[in-house]
Design a protein around this ligand. Structure first.
Ligand code: DLZ
Length: 162
């Protein structure tokens, strides 16, 4: 896809609704924490920048990306969040494991999105190399966490205005 043509952290600040009063959950994978840490930080800071209160951001860690679906589902069931951002990073290895984790996680998050009341934002990096992940976690292509936070705010606003 064309992330190379688009910096993940660049957006029109004024096009993002005021997020004061909105509540967000961030579920983040411990696997590849050198990548998911900066993604979490990006999402967190961007939410604050748009008026979200610190106390309205709930952060939970899960062991790996495959567990993001369950983590997001639990956050939704808690009734404490208006949107969930799921953050993970899968890096291709020598076996087909990569494909199964990517597929299972993506399918699970999509299912939550389609059937639920709460939007789930897709912050899963699926990379062939560590360098590709670093480029998207605050490196040369920006930070996917920033993009996810902006998307989450827009989705909560959309839901309120629809
Ligand atoms: C097992 C595994 C592997 C090999 N690679 C990754 C990865 O690159 N990124 C990631 O988030 N998780 C990985 N995992 C862990 C799985 O997501 C999951 O936690 C385990 O299979 C247990 O369900």
């Amino acid at each position: 896809m064309a992330t190379k043509l688009h910096n993940l952290s660049e957006y029109d600040f004024n096009s993002v609704p005021d997020a004061a009063g909105m509540r967000f959950g961030i579920v983040v994978s411990e696997w590849n924490h050198t990548i998911t840490g900066p993604l979490l930080e990006g999402a967190h800071q961007t939410l604050l920048k748009h008026g979200v209160r610190e106390s309205d951001i709930l952060v939970k860690t899960v062991p790996g990306s495959f567990e993001l679906v369950f983590g997001a589902s639990q956050m939704i069931r808690s009734g404490r969040v208006d949107a969930v951002i799921a953050i993970g990073c899968v890096i291709r290895g020598d076996t087909p494991h990569f494909d199964y984790i990517c597929e299972g996680t993506t399918e699970g998050l999509a299912r939550l999105n389609a059937t639920g009341e709460v939007p789930v934002i897709y912050g899963l990096l699926t990379c062939n190399t560590l360098q590709q992940a670093q480029d998207r976690a605050g490196g040369s292509l920006g930070n996917k966490g920033d993009e996810c936070a902006v998307t989450a705010i827009k989705m909560v606003d959309d839901k309120r205005t629809l």
